[in-house]
Design a protein around this ligand. Sequence first.
Ligand code: URA
Length: 232
Amino acid sequence: MSDAAVRAQALERLAEHLRGCTRCPLSEGRTTVVVGAGDPDADLLFVGEAPGANEDRTGLPFVGQAGKLLDELLAGIGMTRDQAFIANVLKCRPPGNRDPRPDEIDACRGYLEEQVALIRPRVVCTLGNFATKLLSGRPDGISTVHGQPMPIAFAGVPVILYPVYHPAAALYTRAMLGTLQDDFARLPALMAGAYPDGAGSDGAGTDDAPSPSIAAPVQGEPDAATRQLGLF
Ligand code: URA
């Protein structure tokens, strides 16, 4: 059996285990565990925040309005979602779509680490604040770091972390769409192994400032309501 097939089998065993997970109280209110979906051998892993109502019902990530926009953004760079793997920080829906809590993130973190270790993506594209802060290990918000690739190690796997706004941000603040499209436009080159000058070459924790060439301008100021949603 090929190495990729062995890793795909291990991912399926992880999914089986996850479906019975009771590590945190979110297990009590869920309909399904949203493990993630896509190509287990993908070069590109998206990490969102947590399942919403549609995802909880179907067991699939990003199937609501934000998912539709994610599909459109992917189409804009000539990709479909089955060419990537899509996962979330939390695998179970927080009640009322509230923000993930630190204890829930801690309880679920090991599962994302296993997914990264098994998929071994080249690029991990974090969607929004929660995924970005978890993967980077830094407090810097998505408004500051979006569009700036940084080499990190997560679960011991060297990857290029590439934070972008959560697609839901563009549903609330339409001006964000252009920024998301601009940031997505850099994904193919990153997946092909191109690292921008100044992105740092010494692994996680580099304090290098991003080069001006990769720092995307924010095209719209998030409004107060969107800030309250934690999308920025
Ligand atoms: N938002 C997320 O962050 N993840 C999903 O799976 C759906 C919406």
